[in-house]
Design a protein around this ligand. Structure first.
Ligand code: PBG
Ligand code: ZN
Length: 333
């Protein structure tokens, strides 16, 4: 009996063999943790995010302490999101580029108190009274009667990026999807002497239903209309290549695909077409689906590493994920 000569199961005989033939590895360095700093919270306060089981919004102090705890567990980088005072929001996102804004303060403390690579998400939506990622004006020729102004928004996004740079940020990550924002931000950073601040562009960011838990967490839903006139149509793949090409031309240092799991094909395509470090954003909805199922006993926590490894296998170098804290604190890696 010689059949079968080639037996694939030899590779799977035990964990030692499986370990040495494993093609894709997930390391602690691959994970970027998104953290929410909420201006309203004082002292050591933190509040649970209902839409994201296990996740919290932090006061400045509580968030810094949590970041230190994750750093001790092997975290290398963190992306900062701000939840400003609701009454401070206005039409032009003023609290977003204030030197004493919640994100600017968090960046300063993280740089002072940790060795983490500090990334700042650059967008207007948490700070505008209307919740859009850019400035708006009425326009009947749109789905909702409101136009999200492109060129006018660039100036404000650039101001945000420069204010983060002044606070000491390592990388700015524009998530607004306005055309030309990478160029506008690169130019403004360079003019202010911040030529070493990197740009991690949300290059192919889709208009996704999977952001809903984040918007509830960050109080950043648009008050009217949706984001379909600036974020990408989920049906489009070739367009993702054009978005990335433009970001490369404009001077991006990292490319990003967002969300991750429903867009693994896009991650693979961008990996094959470009040579820049590639980031994937495993978004709030992807996190909450799995965490809710684990809480109900429908899934085990093995689903977490399986989904993260799939994102790496598709070709991503780095993964922004709320699972970073769960994975590190529970020693899953
Ligand atoms: C804001 C922003 C969003 C996310 C990151 N930055 C939401 C949105 O575009 O509405 C989503 C992150 C997540 O869902 O985890 N521009
Ligand atoms: Zn936004």
């Amino acid at each position: 009996m010689v059949f079968p000569v080639t037996r694939m199961r030899r590779y799977r005989k035990n964990s030692k063999i499986r370990d040495i033939v494993r093609e894709t590895k997930l390391d602690k360095e691959d994970l970027i943790y998104p953290i929410f700093f909420k201006e309203e919270l004082q002292g050591d306060e933190k509040e649970p995010i209902e839409s994201m089981p296990g996740e919290y919004r932090y006061s400045l102090n509580a968030g810094i302490e949590f970041a230190k705890q994750l750093e001790e567990k092997g975290l290398k980088s963190i992306i900062v999101f701000g939840v400003p005072l609701p009454e401070s929001k206005d039409e032009v996102a003023s609290p977003d580029y204030s030197s004493t804004g919640i994100v600017q303060r968090a960046i300063r403390e993280l740089k002072k108190q940790t060795d983490l690579v500090v990334i700042g998400d650059v967008c207007l939506c948490q700070y505008t009274s209307h919740g859009h990622c850019g400035l708006i004006k009425e326009n009947d020729d749109t789905d909702d009667g409101v136009e999200i102004l492109n060129d006018e928004s660039l100036e404000y996004l650039a101001k945000v990026a420069v204010s983060y740079a002044k606070a000491g940020v390592d990388i700015v990550a524009p998530s607004d999807m306005m055309d030309g924002r990478v160029d506008a931000i690169r130019t403004a950073l360079d003019e202010n002497g911040f030529y070493n601040v990197m740009i991690m562009s949300y290059s192919a960011k889709y208009a996704s239903a999977f952001y809903e838990p984040f918007r509830a967490a960050a109080d950043s839903s648009p008050t009217h209309g949706n984001r379909k006139s600036y974020q990408m149509d989920p049906a489009n793949a070739l367009e993702a290549i054009r978005e990335c090409e433009l970001d490369v031309i404009e001077g991006a240092d990292f490319l990003m695909v967002k969300p991750a799991l429903p867009y693994l094909d896009i991650i693979k395509t961008i990996r094959e077409e470009f040579t820049l470090p590639l980031v994937s954003y495993n978004v709030s909805g992807e996190y909450s689906m799995i965490m809710a199922a684990i809480e109900k006993g429908f899934l085990t926590e093995n689903a977490i590493l399986e989904s993260l490894i799939s994102i790496k296998r598709a070709g991503s170098d780095l993964i922004i994920t709320n699972f970073a804290s769960y994975v590190l604190l529970n020693d899953l890696l």
